[in-house]
Write a protein that binds this ligand. Sequence first.
Ligand SMILES: [Zn+2]
Length: 272
Amino acid sequence: DAMLAKFARPGMCNPADTDSPWTAQDATDDARLQAAAARDTRTPAQRNHDALLGFLRPELGGPAKRGSHRGVPVAAIMTMSIADVERAAGVATLATGGTVPISEALELAQQSKRFLMVFDHAGMPLHVGRESRTATKAQRLALIATERGCTRPNCSAPASRAQVHHLTEWSKGGKTDIENLTLACDSCHAQVHDGPGGWKTVKLGPDTAFPGRTAWIAPPHIDPTGTPQVNHRHHPGELMALTLSRIQDRNRQARERHKRWLATHRATPATP
Ligand SMILES: [Zn+2]
């Protein structure tokens, strides 16, 4: 999955395009890759096929030449909670979408580089300010771990298919700080603009149901109320919590109705 995320993305390894990049080295030329992606008319299945063909070509080289994809190494990126690691149960989530049992994830992690993410305690360069427009590797990894994928409501694109988006645009003075960064897939990112029909992105404040999360505001023709919405697709636990709280609400209302019914019927004196 990690290899295909890089080598099967639009523009890469296209045999019908003489200027399509095939190697990790060629893919570092962003302008060339973007131009090739614009000419690419292949289906995802065809792109996967051509990428696999690319792995078999000697000039692609060995695993040492996998390079990077959207600023992080081409490798399986797994996120697991310390609670799950301690009880050796549960699942690790993958940057490419999907899950791996904790037992297998720990086995794989034995030979890997590990990144410890300590949230709310900045131990890593998560604040870059106006020094660089491009997000750092630590910022990308932090977003992969927390957001897990595109943040637009109901979008299922995993982190490997998302780019780092500035909530306040760089062109409008936005900083490359973790609070101003979020994940958006290429097609959702293209829908954020100031023109008619454009979406807006905001960070939710401390008094909201999901503080610190990115919310998207749909254009008036989709949502006239302009209510900011978060994406629950990559956070199944939240959907479970929402469903449970709805069930508990319903049960509480039923209990209260029953109590009121009992109270009114007990109040009525029984006929002899
Ligand atoms: Zn998306």
